[in-house]
Ligand binder design. Structure first.
Ligand SMILES: [Zn+2]
Length: 435
C-alpha cells in the first residue's frame, strides 16, 4: 500500500542520465519515493491519487540563496544606489526587528516559495532559529545559518556569541528531517580574517557547509584588494578556507585565476541573476564556470533586491543573461538551467543524497506543473517550457518530504489569510522604523 500516487504526466527525473518517462507515475510511501514507472500505475494501491494528466512531474526546485524574511521589505525602496538602499532603509529596519518579525517574514516567503514550486531553500539572516522553525511549520526543507560579521548583531550581540549561537543551532537541528544548518559569515568585507577562520573551523568540525557572499560587486573587489592586496578567492585560499564545503553566493567578478581557484577547490557558486541585475552588480561568468565542470546553483537572493522568489522567473533570467554575457545563444540551455535549480542545486547544498532528482529511495520532494494552459500549448520540449514559458503559478501540486503541502494551488500547510494579515501588520512597523 502506497501513500500517494502521482500519475498521468510526463516524469522528468533530472537524474544524472536526464531520463524522462513520457507517461508515467511517481509512488510515494512515507517520506520517500517508493517507485517510478511507465503507465498509470493501475496495479498500485494508493491512499491518495493525484491526477497529473497534461502535466509535468519533476523534482521540487531548490533556491540556493535567499534571505527569506526580507519578504517583508519587498518594494520598500527600489531603484537606489546600493549603499543608500542599505543605510537608509534596510539597516535601520534590521536593527529594530525581532524574532517574531523574522518568523512571520519567513512564513510569508515559504508560502510564496511553495506556491511557485520551490521545496528547498538556503537561507542567511538573523534569528535563524526562527527561520528553521517557520520552515518546519510550513513543511519546507531548508539549509539555514545565522549571519556572522564583525559588528554586533540585533540577535546575538558580539560576534563570539554568534559563533556559539551557530554551534547551538547545529546541535539543536542535527538529524531533523527538513532542517540542516550551515556556518554563514556574511562576506569578506564585513568579516575579519580571524572571524572567517573561526567560522570555517566550526564548519569543518561539524562537517557542515560554509556559506558566504563572494565577489558580488566591483566595490567589494576594490575593498578586498585595498585591505589585503588580494582578489577575494585568493584571500580565502591563503586563509586556508577554500574547499568543497564552501558555498559562494554571487561570484560575479571573477577573472581566470579566480575561476581556477573555484575549480581547484571544488567551491560551489550560487548564481543570483535578478538581484545582480537590479543592483547593477554585473553578470556572473556562469558559462565559463559550467564549462570547467563547476557545480553551480541558482538563487533568488532576498526579496528586497529581486523582488520575488519565483525560481521559474529566475531560470528564465539566468538563461537569457548567460547568453548576453557570453554573446552566445547556445550557452545556459534550458536543460542545464533546470539542472541548476534541481540536481546541481542539491549538490551545491550537500543534499543530493536526499533531493534534486526523482529516484526511488530519495525524499519525495515533487512538484506537478499544469501545462493545460494557452502559454504552454503546444509543447515540443518540456525543458524549454519550464525555463522560458512557465511561471510559478503554473505549479499545481507540491510534495515535500512525502507531505502534500499544496494541492490544486491551495496551500495546505499554512493559513494563508491569517498570514497575509500578520504580514500587513508587520509592514506598519517597518514604515515607522524607516520614516
Ligand atoms: Zn545575499
Amino acid at each position: 500500500m502506497i501513500d500517494i500516487l502521482i500519475k498521468g504526466g510526463i516524469v522528468l527525473t533530472m537524474d544524472d542520465q536526464g531520463s524522462a518517462i513520457p507517461e508515467g507515475y511517481v509512488a510515494v510511501k512515507g517520506e520517500c519515493i517508493a517507485a517510478l514507472g511507465t503507465g498509470d500505475g493501475k496495479e498500485i494501491r494508493a491512499r491518495k491519487i493525484i491526477d497529473a494528466r497534461g502535466g509535468l512531474i519533476l523534482p521540487g526546485l531548490i533556491n540556493g540563496h535567499t534571505h527569506a524574511a526580507m519578504a517583508l521589505f519587498r518594494g520598500l525602496a527600489d531603484d537606489l544606489p546600493l549603499m543608500e538602499w542599505l543605510t537608509r532603509y534596510i539597516f535601520p529596519a534590521e536593527k529594530k526587528m525581532d524574532a517574531d518579525f523574522v518568523h512571520t517574514g519567513t512564513l510569508l516567503a515559504c508560502a510564496e516559495m511553495i506556491l511557485s514550486g520551490t521545496t528547498t531553500f538556503c537561507d542567511m539572516y538573523l534569528f535563524e532559529d526562527e527561520v528553521a522553525q517557520a520552515a518546519d511549520r510550513a513543511g519546507m526543507r531548508c539549509l539555514v545559518g545565522e549571519v556572522l560579521y564583525d559588528f554586533p548583531s540585533p540577535n546575538y550581540g558580539p560576534v563570539e556569541e554568534g559563533l556559539k549561537y551557530t554551534e547551538e543551532l547545529i546541535r539543536k537541528w542535527q538529524g531533523h528531517s527538513l532542517v540542516s544548518v550551515a556556518v554563514e559569515p556574511h562576506s569578506l568585507y564585513t568579516c575579519s580574517p580571524s572571524l572567517l577562520a573561526a567560522a570555517d573551523d566550526l564548519a569543518r568540525r561539524y562537517r557542515v557547509p560554509l556559506i558566504l557572499h563572494v565577489a558580488e560587486t566591483k566595490a567589494e573587489l576594490d575593498e578586498v584588494k585595498g585591505r589585503y592586496g588580494k582578489k577575494p578567492f585568493e584571500h580565502l585560499a591563503d586563509l586556508g578556507i577554500l574547499g568543497p564545503h564552501v558555498i559562494a553566493d554571487h561570484c560575479v567578478h571573477l577573472d581566470d585565476s579566480e575561476i581556477q581557484r573555484i575549480v581547484q577547490y571544488d567551491v560551489k557558486p550560487v548564481h543570483n541573476p535578478e538581484s545582480n541585475m537590479k543592483l547593477a552588480s554585473g553578470a556572473a561568468p556562469v558559462f565559463k564556470l559550467l564549462k570547467q565542470g563547476v557545480t553551480v546553483g541558482l538563487g533568488t537572493d532576498g526579496c528586497a533586491s529581486n523582488n520575488n522568489m519565483d525560481l521559474f522567473s529566475e531560470m528564465d533570467t539566468a538563461a537569457k543573461l548567460g547568453k548576453v554575457e557570453a554573446s552566445d545563444p547556445t550557452v545556459l540551455d534550458a536543460f542545464t538551467v533546470l539542472r541548476m535549480a534541481t540536481s546541481m542545486g542539491a549538490r551545491v547544498l550537500g543534499l543530493s543524497h536526499e533531493v534534486g532528482a526523482l529516484e526511488a529511495g530519495k525524499k519525495a520532494d515533487v512538484i506537478v506543473v499544469d501545462t493545460r494552459k494557452p502559454h504552454l500549448t503546444p509543447m515540443y520540449n518540456p525543458y524549454s517550457h519550464l525555463v522560458y514559458a512557465a511561471r510559478g503559478s503554473d505549479v499545481s501540486h507540491v510534495l515535500i518530504n512525502g507531505r502534500l503541502v499544496m494541492e490544486d494551488r491551495k496551500l495546505l500547510s499554512l493559513d494563508l489569510e491569517e498570514l497575509l494579515d500578520k504580514a500587513h501588520e508587520k509592514s506598519r512597523a517597518v514604515l515607522s522604523w524607516t520614516s
